[in-house]
Design a binder for this molecule. Structure first.
Ligand code: PLP
Length: 377
């Protein structure tokens, strides 16, 4: 069976460019003074300079981490140390759990919720008004949502924060590698993870100030901001993947793929009456479709049945079968728990073709037929 992978938002397949980069990784510990170690250190420096140029920030602001989860923990750990004890953090309920959980740990009782509309967008008008009334110690707003693909107005938020003198943290795990990276570096803090754009799992980075207080204490690596021998192969592989993605972005290849996504959504809602696209009115990533499926007892049933038909898709969140909580993102957008339990996520990659989207449509149609749902064409 021809298998179709539509779960890039979960983890993108490893790129061939990564394998080539891994063949040439210098050995040695980058902290060692001998020439072999220093070659590894120089390779890290070069990667840091490349990434900084891509983002529009200074190389010394980049800290290599084990992924976006460690990076967000580091950012919030640092913010908790430098912000005054009464300072608030403004954050929405639609952030990733790796941002929400440390925010709750470090700023319990000091979190203020950013209003989010039914389309998943944060209310910029509210933000502008409230910043004038009394700014927080930190604003947290992700670039693109992992469950819905909704693109937040992070550039505008960054500008408002800059004007108000408020530090701004942007989780760019779903944006980087899919849309242009320029200006992401205007955020005071930034994080991302390599496996979301075709690099290996277990490596990522944070953009943080030079005086960031370390969360991992150890050998003083990363200018004392993150102890532990750097993952040299991981970092070089991550940059090989990011460079490969950047080349496709320069050719505007994402524009055509957004058309393919729209066409799929159009056909899906026509084919299965009762299906709705979550965040349909908002700007969204070219690869992500969050679909509220017709009534079914559990979204997990769809995932298992579609898998049997050769399509790897995701619920985008925990299954709402009663054992696990419904998606906090969908609840945060105002969906009921029952509706949140009907949502599936289809997230394509750069290699996904219109024929793949059509095969998914055919599989959805078959599964709907098996479930005796809607009115499959
Ligand atoms: N932020 C977002 C938006 C994500 O989608 C993810 C991954 O699911 C993360 C952060 C965490 O990334 P990782 O699990 O690689 O640390």
């Amino acid at each position: 069976m021809n298998r179709i992978y539509l779960d890039d938002a979960g983890s993108a397949p490893l790129l061939t460019e990564v394998e080539a980069a891994l063949r040439d990784v210098p050995g040695g510990n980058p902290s060692s003074p001998h020439r072999i170690g220093q070659r590894a250190s120089a390779a890290l420096d070069e990667a840091r300079a490349q990434l900084a140029e891509m983002l529009g920030c200074e190389p010394h602001e980049i800290i290599w981490t084990s992924g976006a989860t460690e990076a967000s923990n580091l950012v919030l750990h640092h913010a908790a140390r430098v912000l005054p004890p009464q300072a608030e953090v403004w954050i929405s309920r639609t952030e990733h759990p790796c941002v929400l959980a440390p925010a709750e740990r470090y700023f319990s009782g000091r979190l203020r919720e950013l209003p989010v509309g039914r389309d998943g967008l944060t209310d910029l008008g509210w933000l502008e008004k409230e910043l004038r009334r009394g700014p927080p110690g930190l604003l947290v707003l992700m670039a693109a949502n992992n469950e819905t693909g909704v693109l937040q107005p992070w550039r505008e938020a960054a500008a408002l924060c800059q004007h108000a003198g408020v530090p701004y943290y942007c989780d760019a795990a779903q944006w980087l590698g899919k849309l242009p990276a320029q200006a992401l570096g205007t955020a005071t803090y930034l994080s991302s993870s390599a496996h979301k754009f075709g690099g290996p799992k277990g490596v990522g980075f944070a953009k943080c100030p030079i005086d960031t207080s370390p969360m991992l204490l150890g050998g003083g690596q990363e200018e004392g901001r993150r102890g532990g021998t750097e993952n040299v192969p991981g970092v070089l592989a991550m940059m090989a993947a990011l460079n490969a993605r950047a080349a496709r972005l320069r050719q505007d290849e994402q524009v055509m793929r957004e058309q393919w996504r729209r066409s799929f959504e159009h056909k899906l809602t026509a084919q299965l009456p009762g299906t709705e696209i979550v965040g349909a009115q908002a700007p969204r990533l070219w690869n992500t479709v969050s679909a509220l499926m017709p009534e079914a007892d559990c979204q997990q049933r769809w995932v298992v049945k579609l898998d049997r038909h050769g399509c790897a898709v995701s619920t985008g969140s925990a299954c709402a079968s009663g054992k696990e909580a419904p998606s906090h993102v969908l609840l945060g957008m105002g969906l009921s728990a029952a509706d949140a339990g009907r949502v599936l996520r289809f997230s394509s990659g750069w290699e996904t073709t219109p024929a793949d989207w059509d095969s998914l449509l055919a599989a959805l149609n078959k599964v709907a037929g098996q479930m005796k749902l809607g009115n499959p064409a």
